[in-house]
Design a protein around this ligand. Structure first.
Ligand code: SAM
Length: 279
């Protein structure tokens, strides 16, 4: 018996026109649409006169639901997986289902389209030849700062997702961890009425968002210039200062002196000294 196919279908990230003709055809012809939120997707499906039955498939039931969906696929039914917006699995559910389908020998086929990270990169004005997509930063400040610190030395453009609840705090933490020199791009409400794309230095963007409440609303992609030798001179200097000190002194003594010499924060210098002494 012929098996079905699991189609992973991208839907719009705002403007409902951003859906491919093939996506509409697939959503019309499959036996079932597994949707992150069936109520949310209803308006998109109505807009394109798609009356295919839907089943909720979200973070909390995906694992449990997978075997039943695999059964249907094995029995020859085609299924389309969609999320609330953009490309499923991009900071969205679907990973477990895709793996389970592949493991069962079922064809998994992409129907590509909108993705906020890629749309933002394409208009950012930052290098796109190498980028690192890291999704949502942690919600708690200490974990978020640690998360940023771990990304400090990456030379690739960094791509983050952020929500309106945390945008200001998140930008403030970026400022304190990444310093004043890097360029950052805020891509807000892409493809929607209040679409905003702004490139500036980190402190300037922080101040601008702080001073205009409207800029704190909606959905955000934040893109940060990767570490650059000339621009991250502070970083390079710190390592240069720490290296000989660590050869002669304990981490504590070396970081104490290095903080004095470079004028950088003691905690930060200590952390970097610890990392260097572990290598
Ligand atoms: N799967 C989606 C994709 O392909 O981009 C992303 C889903 S993730 C749960 C939602 C996050 O994506 C939002 O919090 C925001 O960071 C980003 N996002 C989605 N739509 C956006 C838009 N129109 N403009 C800016 N960012 C957007």
């Amino acid at each position: 018996m012929k098996q079905g196919t699991l189609y992973v279908v991208a839907t719009p990230i705002g403007n409902l026109g951003d859906i491919s003709r093939r996506a509409i055809e697939i959503l019309q012809k499959v036996e079932l649409i597994a949707a992150e939120d069936t109520r949310h997707s209803k308006s998109l499906l109505m807009q394109y006169s798609i009356d295919t039955p839907m089943q909720a498939c979200h973070e909390h039931n995906e694992q449990q639901l997978a075997p039943a969906l695999i059964e249907k696929l094995l029995s020859g039914q085609d299924i389309a997986l969609i999320s609330d917006a953009g490309t499923p699995l991009m900071s969205d559910p679907g990973y477990r289902l895709v793996r389970a389908a592949q493991d069962a020998g079922i064809a998994v086929s992409p129907v590509p389209g909108a993705c906020a990270a890629i749309a933002a990169l394409s208009v950012s004005g930052l290098p796109t030849d190498r980028f690192l997509f890291v999704g949502f930063p942690p919600h708690k400040q200490s974990a978020r700062q640690r998360f940023y610190e771990q990304l400090q030395r990456h030379a690739e453009t960094l791509v983050f997702y952020e929500s309106s609840h945390r945008i200001q705090d998140s930008l403030d933490d970026m400022c304190s961890v990444f310093g004043e020199l890097r360029e950052v791009v805020m891509a807000r409400e892409l493809t929607k009425t209040f679409e905003t794309v702004r490139r500036s230095t980190l402190p300037e963007l922080c101040d601008w968002v702080k001073s205009d409440h409207n800029q704190q609303k909606g959905e955000f992609v934040i893109l940060l210039q990767g570490a650059q030798l000339q621009q991250d001179a502070q970083e390079v200097d710190l390592e240069q200062v720490l290296k000989p000190l660590l050869e002669e002194l304990s981490v504590k003594q070396a970081s104490h002196l290095a903080a004095k010499i470079t004028g950088q924060k003691k905690n930060r210098v200590y952390k970097i000294a610890l990392e260097m002494s572990d290598k």
